[in-house]
Design a protein around this ligand. Structure first.
Ligand code: NAD
Length: 335
């Protein structure tokens, strides 16, 4: 099947081609993101393959359908960037890679917690400048602390497993509790209790209308002063402006972000020779207790292999009219 692959980086090309050796899909790679301006590139391709910051809003979905596209193959788990109602209306099938490596994102979450707590990013630069003073680097024992996990699917359960190993008390909030969490002593509580009792709050739920800005001025006020907040899920789970206010007054003591509300204009590109235009992001960069990574939590060799092999299998199943276990439909919006 002929597939237009958008937002391609050299590593996407390498892993997709390796996974395609026993199939005969024809991948045409575009570096551009899929947007209203670039949708014409997909003309006459029965399939498009996209990533987290491609924009498949109603207009783009309609344009794709009119150009003959029938399949949208996401190379990611999240599907918040696809207008599923429009896809249904235009009879486009949407498939995703639901669980390529929950370990990768869970381990990155742990990395952020430890790096923020002990300010490893500051130690690194200090030591290289010959500054061996410890002032400002005081951390806390993570052992015995309470961690609140919002969303206990594939990734959240692995965060629970890791944090149990460290000796944390684990609280969770999820409208659909995961029985796999029982093994790790997770206690499901209401969101308000989780927020008021946790020393560390970490987000692992999808971005949906119900979770948009789930962390805002009101919910931040429920959190412990000095709380550590980690978001490796989707940027718009946080109201970034409210978070900045709470960082300024110290209510949020540590912030770890792998995702950002407006990341589509920043992440995955080398912009080091350009002037940063996003003033909110620029403000975040000024805090010593904020650690930002550029949507790299998924980025392990194992995850890229799994993304590529599942994407190829999804396309093959669609082409051959087989069952599609990784299909995303409007039913997912109701979850
Ligand atoms: P998943 O579907 O396995 O789990 C999501 C969980 O969130 C489910 O248990 C669901 O019941 C729960 N949930 C739904 N609505 C909720 C709500 N209102 N409050 C609390 N929980 C709710 O997904 P996953 O594989 O664990 O991934 C979680 C998210 O992580 C994805 O949606 C994606 O946005 C993000 N992600 C980020 C990266 C990265 O590189 N940073 C990589 C993969 C996934």
């Amino acid at each position: 099947m002929k597939i237009a692959v958008f937002s391609t980086k050299p590593y996407d090309q390498q892993f997709l081609q390796a996974a395609n050796t026993s199939s005969d899909h024809e991948f045409v790679f575009f570096e551009q993101r899929l947007t209203r301006d670039t949708s014409a590139l997909a003309a006459d391709f029965p399939g498009v393959c996209v990533f987290v910051n491609d924009q498949l809003d109603a207009d783009v979905v309609e344009a794709l359908a009119h150009q003959g596209t029938r399949l949208i193959a996401l190379r990611c788990a999240g599907f918040n960037n696809v207008d599923l109602m429009a896809a249904k209306q235009h009879q486009l099938t949407v498939v995703r890679v639901p669980a390529y490596s929950p370990y990768a994102v869970a381990e990155h979450t742990l990395g952020m917690i430890l790096a923020l707590n002990r300010q490893l990013y500051r130690s690194y630069t200090r030591i290289r400048e010959g500054n061996f003073a410890l002032d400002g680097l005081l951390g806390f024992d993570v052992y015995g602390r309470t961690i609140g996990i919002i969303g206990t699917g594939q990734i959240g359960v692995n965060v629970a497993r890791i944090m149990k190993g460290i000796g944390c008390e684990i609280l969770a909030y999820d409208p659909m509790p995961n029985p796999a969490c029982d093994e790790f002593g997770v206690r499901y509580v209401a969101l308000t209790e989780l927020l008021s009792r946790s020393d560390i709050v970490t987000l692992h739920c999808p971005l949906m209308p119900e979770t948009y800005h789930i962390i805002n001025a009101e919910t931040i006020q429920l959190m412990k002063p000095g709380v550590m907040l980690i978001n490796t899920s989707r940027g718009a789970l946080l109201d970034t402006s409210d978070v900045i206010v709470a960082l300024k007054d110290g209510h949020i003591g540590y912030l770890g972000l792998d995702v950002y509300e407006e990341e589509q204009d920043l992440f995955f590109e080398n912009l080091s020779n350009k002037v940063l235009q996003d003033d909110v992001f620029a403000r975040l960069l000024t805090f010593p207790n904020v650690l930002i990574t550029g949507h790299q939590a998924f980025f392990t060799r194992e995850a890229l292999e799994r993304i590529a092999s599942t994407t190829v299998a999804n396309i093959t199943s669609f082409e051959q009219g087989e069952a599609l276990p990784n299909k995303v439909s409007t039913k997912h919006l109701a979850k």
